[in-house]
Design a protein. Sequence first.
Lengths: 193, 399
Amino acid sequence: MKNTLEIRWHGRGGQGAKTAALLLADVAFKTGQYVQGFPEYGPERMGAPITAFNRISKDEIRVHSNIYDPDYVVVVDETLLHSVDVTAGLKEEGAIIINTPKSAEEIRPLLNGYPGRIVTVDARMISESSLGRNFPNTPMLAAAVAVTGILGRDEFIQDMRASFRHKFAKKPEVIDGNMKALQMAFDAVEEAL
Amino acid sequence: MSAKRIKERMSGNEAVAYAIRQVEPDVMPAFPITPSTEIPQMVSTFIANGQMNTDFIPVESEHSAMSAAIGSEAAGARTMTATSSVGLALMWEELLLAASNRLPIVLTLVNRTLSGPININCDHTDGMGARDTGWIQIYSENNQEAYDNYIQAFPIAEDPEVHLPVMICQDGFITSHAVENIELLEDAPVREFVGTYEPEEFLLNPGNPVSVGPYSVSNYAMEARKAQEDAMVRSKDVILKIGEKFGTLSGRSYGLFEEYKTEDADYIMVIMGSAAGTAKEAVDELREEGVKAGVLKLRVFRPFPEDEIAKALSGCKAAAIMDRCESYNGHGGPLAQEIPAGLFRNHVNIETVSYVYGLAGRDFRVEDVRGIFRDLQDLTENGKTIEQFRYVGLRSKQE
């Protein structure tokens, strides 16, 4: 699709990759663009590999198929690198964003010769230090926004506070932790870029 | 008068639930089934939050859901339900009762295949299985159309010339679970458009007692069936009238089908549902390359606009007929039967190739559409033989 940013998410059932894709669609919608956020449903069970997708465009989006040649790939679970061809079709001028404590150089040998940009984020560490639990999707969402440049940092953080207030209306105690996770991940990625 | 439009983003299921809240039918009996489960779930939440006043009946099966809908509609209450797949199959007996008793129930169907092998993904096997039950069937390309079609369903169903139940269909997961942009209307203009339901005859009317669903001897039963068929024929004009009126309200008017770049097209793909958008994208690419391709997106499948489709295809060299469903008759799916019949009766002599695609959630891509238009070119210009009934997107034995 012309003039369309395409993102593919790889995660495991229960890690929130689908939710992150839907939140990313929300973020892009607020910039006045056309958006799509959708999961691919296999046999739904905790831990099984799942895929989710985003399209973002200034033009109306009509295509209703999965994404095969993404501009960006987000990998929410590092262990998928051994079983899923995460860079399949990924554009060289794009980037892959991976949740791992390792460096880009350490990860590159696992990516089937992908020559493009690799961005690593330690989403587990960020989530555990800000939320006290491993919810890697929140930091990975911030990393995706930072790398793709869909929205600037301040505007993104402001938007997400409003979204979280709505999403976590019944458990406001987790809002601050989630906000901290977003900021930490965004800053870590910006520093690395 | 044109109404204010609200720019939003939501999934197809959310869009339908939003429309249900706005229309606020009197009664909604429902039983959950993937991928339509979210619809009754969201409606229940609206009711619990005091945002709408519908009487929600949690029933123990889809058989009961449609039975309760029949009872409620016959009593004079505006009634709807939601289902998918085997849920619709379990309603089978009641679907015929709803239509033959001329009850204007609205059912929102989120299309999903039936097993086996066990699979929960999209195709049109459920809706097509109910094609001869006497329901009006309208298919949607995206969340916007699912929303718009749902609002139009009540004025169509309840029109005194029609009095038939209406099924509003959208593709399971592909649109039901995809968040996309949408333009919503405000509550008041939607309510005004749908109006109040004032049935001419109903059970709970002591001033004018009627009986619903009585035994009919052979002396009369056949006339009742013919009257039902006549109503289905008449519904076409009502669907067009309501589609135009909705256009005045929203800026989006609707016909029996949408013609996309078909006017001068040599090759036309006839397709329903979410895949129509993918086909339009491919057509734009092909047009840039000099191929005169077009898409006819069928919206209204029942009543079937046989003559109108034949006329729309009469100027092209070849048409691809796309079924997201198999009929297991050796000659393609339902559209592969009904469209060529219409071409024959209207003396339109063009080539057609029929394809089965997207079964049980098989992805349907821009590349697939391009390949199909290539088949049509090969057939008419390159003198190649193309089988009449084909599958698209099938894995080879090596794969």
